[in-house]
Design a protein around this ligand. Structure first.
Ligand code: FE
Length: 436
């Protein structure tokens, strides 16, 4: 097949090195203005408690439709829904979610997120958070899984799916947070990652609160705790890392830990500015992530690139602290390095897989132009992406999505709205209108 890209810009597809597309259907004005743990309990797990396998599939397809329209060709999906005692439901939801990636043709690292402890010292704090939405039907016990059971089921899922669909689908473990995972969970996850030659991902010090809650309880930083148990490793992808000390950064560098930076989510939750400039200077590989769809409100690497650049300038009071070239690398080749896929994707080179996007460059915001990385980071939009190929297969051509062809896209979006209306009702969620 020949694609006429004359007058356009041909470049590697974008990599979202940390994302949670499954709860895309929980955005739209129920997720706003909440701090991390409020959102985590009252929106993420509270809302997902009402998801069926079909809802998971639909939500991910919604996020993929948007992501492909903005040129994203790889997602690292840190996927997790409440288990409680209903492991069969979670397994069915995982299968339906992976099926969504297959049907779209997306390249996906499906990372199974879980928690195997909630510190007893958090009881009062969590009770006060639960009171914010009295109608919410969340049983906090459903968030915690048995360590052995979750590791066994994760291994079974990895056996079924890792390397499947022409190697477009990978699977790996994702212990959620040092606060909510035991040493056994972390070490067991790393062992699985080694066995399957894949990565293991974890959220680290996303907010000052979660960093402080860890160090107050265990009298050590989460990073040192992971270092001491032997968890830090080149396979580890640490998401967020907003509140890292210089020593934490040194330990990450020592073990070649990779970092997924999610600046829009960090804005949305008021998390702060990750010291990306220090990490890059230390030689740590940093990719960009779109994080949770409802902590971004969009699925857009263009938005991440711009915010990554602007946020560093604001907090360092230095317009030259990070360059457009570096930010563009984070969105492409460095994102691929974070996921261990740099020999396959992230740049246009002979022998690499054809994850390629074509951008229109004739709109007013593309002029004038003297330095394309600067234009891409500061001027370009999602809507400029015209055609998208993943693994040599066309998934969008001239803005038409192949998996939602013709009238199907509008019909699909109507079904999404219907499903989310039902979920808000069933879960007892609250519109921003009623938040007080
Ligand atoms: Fe996340």
């Amino acid at each position: 097949k020949e694609i006429d890209a004359r007058g356009g810009l041909v470049m590697p597809g974008f990599v979202s090195s940390h994302a949670h597309p499954v709860d895309a259907m929980l955005r739209g004005g129920i997720e706003v203005d909440r701090n991390l743990f409020d959102w985590f309990y009252n929106i993420y797990y509270g809302g997902l408690a009402a998801f069926t396998p079909e809802d998971c599939n639909m939500s991910i397809r919604l996020a993929m439709a948007e992501g492909i329209r903005g040129g994203i060709t790889t997602f690292q999906d840190t996927w997790g829904i409440n288990t409680g005692d209903d492991a069969a439901r979670v397994d069915a939801c995982a299968e339906a979610s992976i099926e969504a990636y297959r049907s779209v043709g997306m390249r996906c690292i499906f990372s199974w997120m879980f928690n195997d402890r909630i510190p007893a010292a958090w009881d009062e704090y969590l009770k006060s958070i639960a009171r914010k939405i009295p109608a919410l039907k969340l049983d906090p016990a459903t968030i915690v899984e048995d360590t052995d059971s979750v590791l066994a089921r994760m291994e079974a899922l990895m056996r079924r799916h890792h390397g499947s669909d022409g190697d477009r689908i990978h699977a790996c473990p994702a212990p959620c947070l040092p606060n909510t995972c035991t040493e056994e969970a972390l070490v067991g996850s790393l062992e699985l990652a080694r066995e399957f030659d894949t990565l293991v991902t974890i959220h680290v010090n996303e907010q000052m609160t979660d960093a402080r809650m860890f160090s107050e309880l265990w009298q050590i930083s989460a990073t040192e705790w992971m270092h001491n148990m032997g968890f830090l490793d080149p396979r580890v992808v640490a998401a967020h890392c907003v509140w890292l000390s210089d020593k934490d950064i040194r330990l990450f560098r020592m073990h070649d830990v990779k970092v997924a930076h999610n600046p829009t989510s960090n804005h949305f939750l008021g998390s702060g500015a990750a010291p990306i400039d220090k990490m890059v200077m230390a030689g740590i590989t940093v990719g960009l992530g779109t994080d949770d769809v409802n902590l971004h409100s969009n699925v857009s690497i263009f938005s991440e690139m711009r915010r990554a650049a602007l946020l560093q300038k604001v907090v360092r009071h230095d317009a030259g602290v990070i360059t457009a070239e570096k930010v563009l690398e984070m969105a492409t080749i460095d994102g691929a390095r974070v996921l261990g896929l740099e020999s396959e994707i992230g740049s246009l080179e002979v022998g690499k897989k054809a994850d390629i996007i074509v951008l229109d460059t004739d709109a007013p915001h593309w002029f004038p132009r003297h330095h394309l990385p600067s234009v891409l980071v500061f001027q370009a939009h999602d809507e400029d992406v015209r055609t998208v190929l993943i693994d040599g297969r066309v998934v969008m051509e001239d803005r038409a999505l192949h998996f939602l062809a013709g009238d199907e896209e509008q019909a699909f979006l109507a079904r999404v709205q219907k499903a989310t209306d039902r979920i808000v009702e069933d879960a007892g969620l609250q519109s921003a209108r009623d938040r007080g």
